[in-house]
Design a protein. Structure first.
Length: 104
């Protein structure tokens, strides 16, 4: 495991999300009301970028079919999604957002 800086805090205002790429993996960084979260950015149902969808609290909705995932756990919470997302531990260090990234 390795901690990697993925964004500046200012790049992801509260209530928004941002796609970042780490070693060719697309990762979504979310700024929820209680802090930052990170998951794989690719919907497990339709291979669509989740960071182009909608963030509602702790739930991200896929822009293609509307399936939803809990950004805290990666769990699929609305069909047609059933396979969970990969999640990553997140730390804010000063004005930077870091994730604990491990290649699978």
């Amino acid at each position: 495991m390795a901690w990697i800086k993925v964004a500046a805090v200012a790049d992801v205002p509260p209530g928004t999300m941002k796609q970042v790429t780490v070693n060719e993996d697309e990762i979504a960084v979310y700024h929820a009301e209680d802090g930052f979260y990170a998951t794989s950015d690719v919907c497990t149902h339709a291979s669509e970028s989740l960071s182009r969808g909608r963030l509602l609290g702790h739930v991200v909705a896929c822009p293609k079919h509307g399936g939803k995932f809990d950004i805290r756990t990666g769990e699929a919470v609305a069909p047609p999604c059933v396979i969970p997302l990969q999640t990553y531990p997140v730390e804010v260090r000063g004005d930077e957002v870091w994730i604990d990234y491990e290649e699978w």
